[in-house]
Write a protein of this length. Structure first.
Length: 696
């Protein structure tokens, strides 16, 4: 009954909190309507009247958020991603940034209050959950920004459809782009189209195009910009009575449609898995309260050190699985790594002279096997981190993990001592629950025992007869002055057992050793994560090769295109094969055949090797169109194969994701519910039967 009342109060509190937030939002919105908005109006004119107040509200909130240090970090992170999508549109970038952060706060604040309310008595668990919630914020924000990214991708399909009609009308690439870019219903895509138009009409379009490649939000816009530039420079031509430029637009559109389907399926699979991997941490206290209320013999487990250890284990598994699930999902979409790689906190730490000398002691020397292996892991994982940043991360994790481990071990000892001081003391084992009268009697015994514990605590020489003597003379309390010798002996033995437990609850040498083991595991964790990312990226190899086939198909019929230009395009869009292709481009002028031969040795992937062999044929023997004619003649086959490849990729990632995502939930029920009930229940029943046998 008490449990049901708790849930009623909880949901009532959440409902009241939500109502307060809504009222506060409406009040703030009303205040914003009456405030001055001249400065913000200058950022963008012609705002629609019905959207005016909400847009001004978000502009004001943006200014407020950027002044708060904790929120500023997330604000700038969101902004860096949105700046790429909303090129040169400061107003829209600010609005969307504030909008995403506001929605995130409306989700996080109630969860934070719920966590504090449910775990306010357990400071260690409360701290862990609040730290874990910080990581959750990143997931929520990434999901909202990904929605905008996906929205842009869908707008690109509509844009290309309108481009076909405009190109038929003007028969000029830049004029068609300008005409379609005037559509205000698709603001994100319109900004990109305007930027591409500016590139094409600039005095030096080639260098401006290279600059655009660095800031384009996805590879499909890069392809569109590149094909538009080549068509403008070299002209369009008819292939099978159709415009080559429009055929290339159709190829890009098909690629985007496949990518949208792939992203939607991955989001569907991993959205639920991310929630499932996080859920166990919310049920820890609920399971503990239910078990203790229904089976009192489990109280010693849940309230003591063992229960806390299992809680920490479940939270650790949850954190690891949650991180791996995010990494697994992120590999499925277009890579948009906008993290600050110019001067991150690792670089600032490394610049401190004293710390730099220490960190350099751990970094392997160039040319050593360890250096080459780690360098290869960074390349395979497509990480932008420098070697010294990796070691800053490793050493930081190592040190933090060691001190956190020692702190947790010390807290576990305190938990055990606190349980002994607060556990209701009974003179017999209980399988059910105590009534109020029994609880009061048990707590009176506990309080009496605590007085003797306080008196003798730290004394390792005390014996049972010493406790019996002091109980009989009533020096500490009068509870046993008139008790029988048998009752005094029983009480003294109970107090002595508690005293031995309390005196042993100190930090042990093997716990320091365990802290070192955990620190070493944390030291290796960044390297293991790199290897995991590299392994997941290998699943994308076939998908990337098929993207290369589409790029070659678009370039092969354009005049003046040669193998070197094709390689430069592949390098621009490569992710997994970027390193070997870059090496081939650099060595191409020294010898085309030899550079391509080296590329074959470096890639070690059959489908990619077949493409390289076709390039070798185009270098010395036959025209490019003949070398890659199978890409055109078997286009339908490659499209069907691409769809099937995406299905297999999603299936593999889904299988791995389900294993990782459900592990915390399984660990919660097995380690924190089933095992304690079975093991402790059997042990309690055995003790009860032994006691009954002794009474006979």
């Amino acid at each position: 009954m008490e449990q049901s009342n708790i849930f009623i109060y909880f949901f009532a509190g959440v409902g009241a909190l939500f109502a307060i937030l809504v009222i506060a939002y409406l009040i703030l919105k009303k205040k914003m309507e009456s405030s001055e908005v001249r400065q913000i109006q200058k950022l963008r004119e012609g705002t629609q009247a019905k959207k005016h107040t909400s847009e001004i509200l978000y502009q004001k909130l943006y200014v407020r958020y950027i002044r708060i240090p904790f929120l500023k970090r997330y604000l700038l992170k969101i902004r860096r991603r949105l700046e790429i999508i909303n090129i040169d549109d400061e107003y829209l970038t600010r609005k969307q940034t504030a909008q995403i952060l506001t929605r995130t706060l409306l989700l996080v604040i109630p969860i934070t209050i719920a966590i504090i309310w449910l775990t306010h008595d357990n400071y260690l668990l409360l701290s862990i959950l609040l730290i874990f919630e910080v990581f959750m914020i990143d997931t929520i924000i990434d999901g909202m920004v990904d929605n905008i990214d996906n929205k842009l991708l869908k707008q690109q399909i509509n844009f290309f459809s309108e481009m076909r009609h405009a190109y038929h009308e003007f028969n000029m690439v830049e004029e068609a782009i300008y005409q379609v870019s005037q559509d205000d219903e698709q603001p994100e895509m319109s900004r990109q189209a305007e930027k591409i138009y500016e590139v094409l009409i600039s005095d030096d379009p080639e260098s401006e195009l290279e600059k655009y490649y660095d800031v384009a939000p996805n590879s499909y816009l890069k392809e569109f910009a590149g094909i538009s530039y080549l068509t403008k420079e070299f002209g369009d031509r008819k292939v099978d009575k159709s415009s080559l430029y429009l055929k290339n637009l159709n190829n890009i559109t098909q690629e985007m449609q496949l990518e949208i389907l792939k992203r939607d399926k991955l989001n569907y699979v991993f959205q639920s898995l991310s929630v499932i991997s996080i859920l166990p941490m919310m049920f820890l206290e609920a399971i503990k309260n239910w078990s203790v209320s229904q089976f009192s013999f489990t109280e010693s487990f849940y309230m003591g050190r063992k229960g806390m250890l299992v809680q920490i284990l479940v939270l650790l598994i949850t954190f690891i699985c949650y991180t791996l699930t995010r990494k697994l999902k992120d590999n499925g979409s277009t890579n948009m790594n906008v993290r600050n790689t110019e001067n991150p906190w690792q670089a600032k730490v490394y610049k401190i002279p004293f710390l730099k000398k220490i960190i350099d002691l751990f970094i392997p020397k160039e040319g050593t096997k360890e250096y080459r292996v780690l360098k290869e892991d960074l390349k395979n994982a497509a990480s932008k981190d420098k070697m010294e940043w990796v070691y800053v991360n490793r050493l930081t994790l190592c040190i933090v993990t060691f001190f956190v481990s020692v702190f947790i071990f010390a807290q576990l000892h305190q938990v055990e001592i606190r349980y002994i001081y607060t556990e209701p003391t009974t003179e017999f084992d209980l399988v059910g629950t105590m009534n109020d009268k029994q609880k009061r009697k048990a707590m009176e015994i506990t309080e009496s025992d605590n007085q003797y514990l306080d008196f003798y605590r730290g004394n390792t020489e005390v014996q049972q007869k010493d406790i019996e003597k002091i109980m009989k003379n009533g020096r500490i309390n009068k509870d046993y002055v008139e008790a029988t010798n048998e009752e005094v002996a029983t009480a003294a033995k109970r107090v002595l057992d508690k005293l031995h437990t309390v005196n042993k609850e100190n930090l042990q040498w093997f716990e320091i050793l365990l802290g070192m083991v955990f620190a070493m595991a944390a030291y290796m964790a960044p390297v293991w994560l790199l290897k995991f990312q590299a392994k997941m990226r290998q699943l994308e190899m076939e998908d990337e090769v098929m993207q290369f086939q589409t790029i070659i198909l678009m370039l092969m019929r354009i005049e003046r295109v040669n193998v070197e230009i094709i390689l430069e395009w592949l390098e621009r869009y490569a992710n997994i094969f970027k390193e070997p292709i870059s090496k081939c481009v650099n060595n191409f002028e020294s010898g085309a055949w030899e550079a391509l031969e080296q590329l074959k040795e470096d890639v070690n992937y059959p489908e990619m090797i077949r493409l390289v062999e076709s390039m070798q044929a185009a270098v010395e023997k036959i025209p490019i169109t003949d070398a890659f004619d199978e890409l055109d003649t078997e286009r339908d086959y490659y499209q069907a194969r691409r769809k099937e490849s995406n299905e297999r990729l999603i299936s593999k990632k889904g299988l791995i994701g389900r294993v990782i995502g459900f592990t915390p939930m399984i660990g919660l029920f097995v380690c924190y519910l089933i095992v304690p009930l079975v093991v402790i229940g059997l042990s309690a029943m055995k003790d009860s039967f032994n006691a009954m046998s002794a009474m006979k």
